[in-house]
Design a protein around this ligand. Structure first.
Ligand code: AVJ
Length: 332
C-alpha cells in the first residue's frame, strides 16, 4: 500500500515548496499537525514496507488474504474490456492478485501514483509477468484532478482500485469527497474496489501502531529527519517521542510526535516553540464499520455491489458501482 501522495526524488517541481509551506502552516497551527503524505520519502516508504511485515500490523496481511480468497469473485465484477485504475498504487503488490484472474480481459491497467520511479520499475515487471497486459502509468497526486490515458477513457468502463485502507487517512468528509472525485474520474458505470480497516478491539489497534520492534516509531520520527534534511531543520530526534493510540470516540488511531521537553526548533526558516508534552499530530487512521463505509459511499454516489471480510472481521474489501445520476429524459 501507499500513501495518498508520495513525494520523493521524482516529486513534481512545486512539491518541495508545498512541503515547506505545509510544514510552516502546520507547525504554527494549534494543535500542531502535519499531513501523513509526508511520511513517504525514500526512507519512509521503506519503513512502511517493513511495517506491513510486523507481527502486530495485521491490515496488509488481512487485506492480501481477503483478495486472494475472493480474487475469482472480484474478477467476475470486472467486465470484459474494462480498464483497471489503481489509486496510489505503489508496488502494485495487491493489484497483482486481481490481475491473476482479470488481466486477460482488461484493456489496460493504469497505476496512478505520485512516486514516478517506483511505478516505472513495477510497470515493466507487470508487462513481463502478465504477457499482453497494457500498463500505462500515471504520475499524479490522487487527491487532485488528473487525466486518464485515452486508452482508459476508451475502455468499456473503468474499475477503480483503492486498497490499503488509504481511505482511512482522510477525514470522513474528505473520504466522501474523494469517492465523489473518483466517480468523476472513472465515469459512467464505473466500479470501485475499496479496502478499509474495520473497528475492532482497542488493544489490537494500539498494538498495531506501537510495535515492539519500534519500526512505527522510526516511521513517525523519520518526518523530523526529513524536515531536517529537506527544509534545513534542526529537530533533535531524541527530544521527541512516538505516541500512537486509538481514539474510541472518533474511531481513529492517532499518531503524534510528542516533545519531551520545552524546546525550540528551526525549520523552513521559522522558529517553532514546543511546550513539554506538546505534540505534532502526524496521522489519523480512521477505522470503519462496513455499514458506515457503505453509507459514506452511498452519499458520494456509489451503491454497494458486494463485499468480503476475513474471519476475525478485521478488514473489508467492498465493491461499489457508480449510481447513474444523469437526469431522467422527458417522456413523450
Ligand atoms: C498506509 C494509511 C494504511 O493507517 O495503517 C501504518 C499507515 N501508519 N502505521 C495505516 C501507517 C502507521 C497506514 N496506511
Amino acid at each position: 500500500m501507499v500513501a495518498l501522495a508520495r513525494t520523493s526524488r521524482s516529486s513534481p517541481p512545486d512539491a518541495n515548496h508545498s512541503f515547506a509551506s505545509d510544514v510552516v502552516r502546520g507547525l504554527h497551527a494549534s494543535p500542531k499537525r502535519l499531513s501523513p503524505k509526508y511520511f513517504y520519502d525514500a526512507t519512509g516508504s521503506q519503513l512502511f514496507e517493513r511495517i506491513t511485515d510486523l507481527p502486530e500490523y495485521y491490515p496488509t496481511r488481512c487485506e492480501m488474504k481477503i483478495l486472494r480468497a475472493h480474487a475469482a469473485d472480484i474478477a467476475k465484477l470486472i467486465p470484459q474490456g474494462a480498464a483497471l485504475v489503481e489509486f496510489g498504487s505503489g508496488s502494485s503488490k495487491k493489484a497483482r492478485i486481481l490481475l491473476n484472474g482479470a488481466a486477460a480481459k482488461l484493456s489496460v491497467y493504469v497505476p496512478v501514483d505520485i512516486c514516478h520511479e517506483m511505478i516505472e520499475e513495477d510497470a515493466a515487471e507487470l508487462r513481463t509477468d502478465f504477457t499482453g497486459l497494457k500498463v500505462l502509468r500515471v504520475t499524479a497526486d490522487i487527491t487532485q484532478d488528473f487525466a486518464l490515458p485515452v486508452e482508459a477513457k476508451g475502455a468499456t468502463l473503468r474499475v477503480g482500485f483503492f486498497p490499503g485502507s488509504t481511505i482511512g487517512n482522510f477525514e470522513p468528509h474528505e473520504a466522501a469527497g474523494f469517492l465523489r472525485h473518483a466517480g468523476k474520474i472513472l465515469g459512467a458505470r464505473a466500479r470501485l474496489i475499496v479496502g478499509a480497516d474495520l473497528i475492532k478491539a482497542t488493544d489490537v489497534l494500539n498494538a498495531a501502531y506501537n510495535d515492539k520492534a519500534g519500526v512505527t516509531a522510526a516511521f513517525n520520527l523519520n518526518l523530523l529527519t526529513r524536515m531536517n534534511r529537506e527544509l534545513g531543520g534542526n529537530f533533535q530526534l531524541d527530544c521527541f517521542e512516538h505516541h500512537a493510540f486509538y481514539n474510541r470516540e472518533r474511531h481513529r488511531v492517532e499518531m503524534h510526535l510528542a516533545s519531551l521537553k520545552r524546546q525550540k526548533a528551526k525549520v523552513a526558516g521559522e522558529t517553532i516553540e514546543f511546550r513539554a508534552g506538546e505534540t505534532i499530530h502526524t496521522e489519523n487512521s480512521y477505522k470503519y464499520s462496513i455499514e458506515k463505509l457503505a453509507a459514506l459511499a452511498r452519499g458520494a454516489g456509489w451503491r454497494t455491489l458486494q463485499g468480503w471480510t476475513d474471519e476475525r472481521k478485521y478488514f473489508a474489501i467492498q465493491v461499489f458501482e457508480l449510481i447513474d445520476e444523469s437526469p431522467p429524459r422527458a417522456v413523450g
